[in-house]
Design a binder for this molecule. Structure first.
Ligand code: FAD
Ligand code: FES
Length: 256
């Protein structure tokens, strides 16, 4: 199936804080992305920066692909300046996506910052089945809370400065929830966010023997498995985040 697509920017706007929403119109609707998959986006019409940038699929509505992104550096700065009507080359959907929980499992979805983009699409798919834990530095960093509340069994929020939800990190609200649970056996974790948060959640999962999945992040060059620029160390040797991931078992990654 053709993954090399040309899309047209329908909307590219600031939502709040440093979060932006990008909506692309695509003519070719042949392949539907699943939660956890991503696209490589050309962020400039010149060769600077040369490489496309990876963004998780946030939502797809008919012929419209939506992404949530935060400005990090040159590429995302340029992306933010691209106006409606501009054509943009994209590759996707790429990667493996989240394995869905079994009927018996209770999914715990954990999002940090803009990691909410891929967790949102999973929450939507699981429709009221999942507990969602969402942390940010302050209330201006949190987006789409009302929508998430609609899809979640329950939404727990934390902010570092206490401006919304519990004061502290997402690990604090997760631990509080786990302390209220009898058995960990039927729980399954899904997490996407910054590296220190991924490590901390993985530590909780290992200590409490909870199953789960992590959406890993690495800088990407090709996005299609050819350059080996995105490898991470796992218990089963090195794996490419763009091809074998970005979703890995929470117990598989070797943190260095
Ligand atoms: C599978 C995947 C899905 C992603 N989904 C989203 C998303 O939905 N929304 C979103 O805002 N961001 C997402 N990212 C991160 C996003 O790709 C980077 O923020 C972006 O590529 C930075 O490009 P830049 O040119 O603006 O910054 P650069 O100038 O390339 O880098 C600026 C800073 O950001 C760091 N950085 C660069 N790339 C990454 C990366 N991949 N992960 C973490 N830090 C990085 C650099 O180390 C540097 O410190 C995703 C990354 C991956 C791998
Ligand atoms: S980015 Fe090239 S192999 Fe993953």
């Amino acid at each position: 199936m053709n993954k090399y697509l040309t899309a047209t920017i329908k909307e590219n706007s600031r939502i709040n804080g440093s979060n932006n929403l990008l909506a692309l119109y695509i003519k070719d609707t042949s392949e539907n992305p699943v939660p956890g998959q991503f696209y490589m986006l050309e962020v400039s019409s010149s060769y600077d920066p040369l490489l496309k940038r990876p963004l998780s699929i946030f939502r797809k509505i008919n012929n419209e692909l939506q992404f949530l992104y935060r400005i990090k550096g040159k590429g995302t700065e340029k992306l933010q300046k691209m106006r409606e009507g501009t054509n943009i080359s994209i590759i996707g959907p790429l990667g493996n996506g989240y394995p869905l929980p079994s009927e018996k499992q209770i999914p715990l979805l954990i999002a940090g910052g803009v990691g909410v983009a891929s967790i949102f699409s999973l929450a939507e798919k699981l429709d009221k089945k999942a507990y969602v834990f969402y942390g940010g530095r302050n209330k201006d960093e949190l987006v789409m809370k009302d929508e998430i509340r609609n899809f979640a069994k329950e939404l727990f929020i934390s902010t570092d400065d206490g401006s919304e939800g519990e004061k502290g990190t997402v690990i604090d609200i997760l631990n509080k929830f786990l302390d209220s649970q009898g058995s960990m056996e039927s729980l399954v974790i899904y997490v996407c966010g910054p590296l220190p948060m991924l490590r901390a959640v993985a530590e909780v999962a290992v200590n409490k023997k909870i199953a789960g999945y992590i959406s890993a992040e690495e800088n990407m060059a090709c996005g299609i498995g050819a350059c080996l620029g995105c490898v991470i160390k796992t218990k089963h040797n090195y794996k490419r985040v763009c091809r074998e991931g970005p979703v890995f078992s929470i117990h598989e990654i070797i943190w260095e």
